[in-house]
Design a protein. Structure first.
Length: 449
């Protein structure tokens, strides 16, 4: 069973902060150096100082960005910049945004504490492989601050819409509302009514949870739990982690594709590469005049979409400078390719698996799991990917269909893991809307199922 509990969150004091968008931030793992600096300049109380502080010359074990984050957290609480809710609550969190094709979408979920359990040994499942370096960074921050500034993102089955009915909040204004730089509206309501909380806890106890985004932080929480050695005490805060949960049937739950830009390969023989692809792929060429690529781009996307609907494995290929696009349709359909023989059957028919194993690793010698290489650039937006391909002097650009939510669920429940950079759940969850601390006064009162 998944154990869920309410908590007393820390929030920015509205008497001191009149524009919440000035103090919240995107999650740490999508913040580059430029945005990090901009967020530090945006407001002296921006959560970036807690979530992803800047390194300084002369930093050492006693003085560094982790210890400074703790100092800021203590100061902001003592000064009333951050105030704590008096009653334990579940925090309903809605996102209103535009989908891949510009359609208006609304995703509904809630933030709560979830009792930690080993992955793949209970009812909490991963879906993606992780890298070691981010885990060490998040562990150092957790040790120093004993706090979590951004929730792990998970999904759960809710085929009858029980949670949508139970946590209906649209009849009252949200307690927090933020419009971010991408035009996404974030709204939060605190639900502290004991009966509603009890019913929500009871409903979720019957279902598994699948981590969509935040594997590193979940694994970090497990390591921190082990260090605290408080597993015997259910109320110990180290046994629980901050999580956002949304039903996988929610109409607003979408996965964006992750397009891959290849650059900097030495001795790439484009002709030989294209010829080799014909052994494993049906290659549909879409030629166009150089000054009029728009219609060809639309045709490429149309074919990719149709193949996705018909459950065929297909990739788009753009070669910068060439007056053709290509649709690559895998011949083996994931069944017998020697490049995929080492993988579980449930992964072999995924577009992203075929790209990673058959093309990137099998033909170009690029392993996405190797963070040391610089041959790949990732983008989740088609226009941005095309612009980046030109800016980065790309050699190849692979356009992807998004992983279907159903395939994501099936793979996670079966115990398999997708390769890195396979999924991109959008929108991301803001850091700093609700902060969870893990100190002596934060013992968890689990109402039980």
């Amino acid at each position: 069973m998944v154990a869920v509990a309410p908590f007393c969150g820390w929030r920015y004091n509205p008497l001191k902060i009149h524009k919440l968008d000035e103090v919240v931030s995107p999650p740490y793992d999508i913040i580059d150096k430029e945005l990090q600096k901009e967020l530090h300049k945006r407001h002296p109380w921006n959560v970036i100082r807690l979530e992803l502080g800047e390194d300084r010359p002369g930093d050492n074990e006693e003085e560094n960005r982790y210890t400074r984050a703790r100092q800021y957290l203590d100061e902001w609480r003592s000064q009333g910049v951050l105030i704590r809710d008096e009653r334990p609550a579940l925090y309903v969190y809605h996102h209103r945004f535009k989908g891949i094709n510009g359609e208006e979408l609304l995703r509904k979920g809630f933030m709560a504490l979830v009792k930690l359990e080993p992955l793949d040994q209970g009812t909490i499942f991963p879906h993606e492989e992780t890298f070691p370096t981010p885990k060490q960074d998040r562990l150092e921050l957790l040790r120093a601050c004993k706090a979590q500034f951004n929730p792990i993102f998970s999904v759960f089955p809710d085929p009858k819409g029980d949670f949508a009915q139970l946590l209906h909040v649209e009849d009252r204004p949200p307690e927090m509302r933020v419009l971010d730089e991408k035009g996404v509206e974030h709204s939060v309501w605190a639900i502290a009514e004991p009966e509603l909380v009890r019913r929500a806890v009871s409903l979720l106890a019957e279902r598994p949870a699948i981590i969509a985004d935040g594997h590193h932080r979940y694994e970090t929480s497990l390591q921190y739990q082990e260090e605290q050695k408080g597993q015997w005490d259910q109320a110990d805060p180290s046994n629980w982690t901050l999580m956002y949960l949304t039903p996988m049937e929610d109409p607003g739950l979408v996965i964006f594709p992750t397009h891959k830009i290849v650059r900097g390969l030495e001795n790439l023989d484009l002709g030989a590469f294209m010829e080799s692809l014909a052994h494993d792929f049906h290659m549909e060429e879409i030629p166009f005049r150089k000054e009029e690529p728009l219609w060809a781009r639309k045709e490429l996307l149309r074919r990719l979409h149709n193949y996705r609907v018909s459950h065929h494995c297909a990739l788009g290929l753009v070669v910068p400078g060439e007056e053709s696009y290509w649709v690559l349709r895998f011949k083996d359909a994931g069944s017998s390719s020697p490049h995929l023989a080492h993988l579980p059957q449930c992964l072999r028919s995924l577009d992203v698996t075929v790209l990673h194993e058959v093309i990137l690793k099998g033909r170009l010698g690029i392993d996405v799991a190797d963070r040391g290489h610089s041959h790949l650039v990732f983008s989740h937006d088609l226009q941005e990917a095309l612009q980046l391909a030109e800016k980065e002097k790309a050699q190849l650009l692979f356009l992807m269909n998004p992983v279907p939510v159903g395939a994501f669920k099936k793979i996670a429940i079966s115990g398999c893991k997708m390769p890195q950079k396979a999924t991109y759940f959008y929108p991301k969850l803001l850091s700093g809307l609700v902060i969870r601390t893990m100190e002596e006064g934060d013992r968890v009162l689990w109402p039980g199922p």
